[in-house]
Design a protein around this ligand. Structure first.
Ligand SMILES: NC(=O)c1ccc[n+]([C@@H]2O[C@H](COP(=O)([O-])OP(=O)(O)OC[C@H]3O[C@@H](n4cnc5c(N)ncnc54)[C@H](OP(=O)(O)O)[C@@H]3O)[C@@H](O)[C@H]2O)c1
Length: 220
């Protein structure tokens, strides 16, 4: 995503917890700017907000991309792992938005893009907390869009299908069933994301995610 956004001439800031990974990204793409943040920690987001808005006063796009997916069996799962997943996938984007919103509202044009998942549309029992937190993110994104309707901040949602960087890792049997779902190259998902934004499409649902959305409607 950063690579394609840079190629379009944008100033791109990437964030994460792992400095080594960010340094590697910067080595590969020297124009990238990198900052540390823990999206589940309000103080860490506040620090990021202060640094980034000081260094880039015209920052006008927030992409909430951090996410994690755990294969969970409720009989054996640990509460801490469940809390981390809800906090990263749902509380993280909500808190990031809340803290960056005053700055975005001051810009002439701005956007928030929440990276969701095709799995948001139906109950995927092999990764149930991922599925539930992404459905929550979908609902939050819709409310946010309604509340910001008369402001300069547009709200987009990307629901990628299974990509060439699979997130799921469970039992051999569970993996085999997930492996039947075709993978889409991330570069293609990002191209569709950029195209969707250019066309002002609020919800961008590439490839197989459209089918998941349909299955979800039948399931619910
Ligand atoms: N991969 C897929 O097939 C797929 C499909 C549909 C949707 N998605 C969605 O796409 C997004 C990106 O997924 P990915 O496949 O790129 O996952 P990934 O390779 O695991 O990357 C997740 C990113 O989020 C950051 N991150 C995770 N927890 C964080 C936290 N608590 N605070 C700050 N940063 C955090 C990680 O950085 P650090 O490690 O440096 O913290 C990493 O850069 C997720 O929202 C995911 O749900 C992915």
């Amino acid at each position: 995503m950063a690579k394609q956004l840079l190629a379009l001439g944008n100033t791109v800031i990437v964030t994460g917890r792992n400095k080594e990974k960010m340094n590697q990204a910067k080595e590969q793409y020297p124009k990238l700017h990198t900052y540390s943040v823990e999206v589940t920690d309000i103080d860490s987001i506040q620090d990021l907000y202060e640094q980034v808005t000081r260094d880039f006063p015209t920052l006008n796009v927030l992409i909430n991309n951090a996410g994690m997916m755990n294969a969970i069996k409720f009989q054996t799962a640990k509460a801490k792992g469940i809390a981390d997943e809800v906090n990263t996938n749902l509380a993280g984007p909500i808190l990031m938005t809340q803290i960056f919103l005053p700055h975005l509202l001051q810009q002439k044009e701005a956007a928030i893009l929440n990276v969701n998942s095709g799995i948001a549309y139906f109950a995927f029992d092999k990764a149930p907390i991922y599925s539930a937190s992404k459905l929550g993110l979908h609902s939050y994104t819709q409310s946010l869009r309604k509340q910001l309707k008369k402001t300069p901040v547009k709200v987009f949602e990307l629901a990628p299908p299974r990509t060439s960087k699979p997130m799921f890792s469970g039992t051999e049997e569970d993996n085999a069933s997930v492996d039947r779902v075709p993978e889409v190259p991330i570069s293609e998902v990002v191209r569709k994301m950029i195209d969707g934004i250019k066309k002002n499409r609020e919800t961008i649902v590439p490839g197989m995610s459209k089918l998941l959305k349909l299955v979800g409607k039948i399931q619910l």
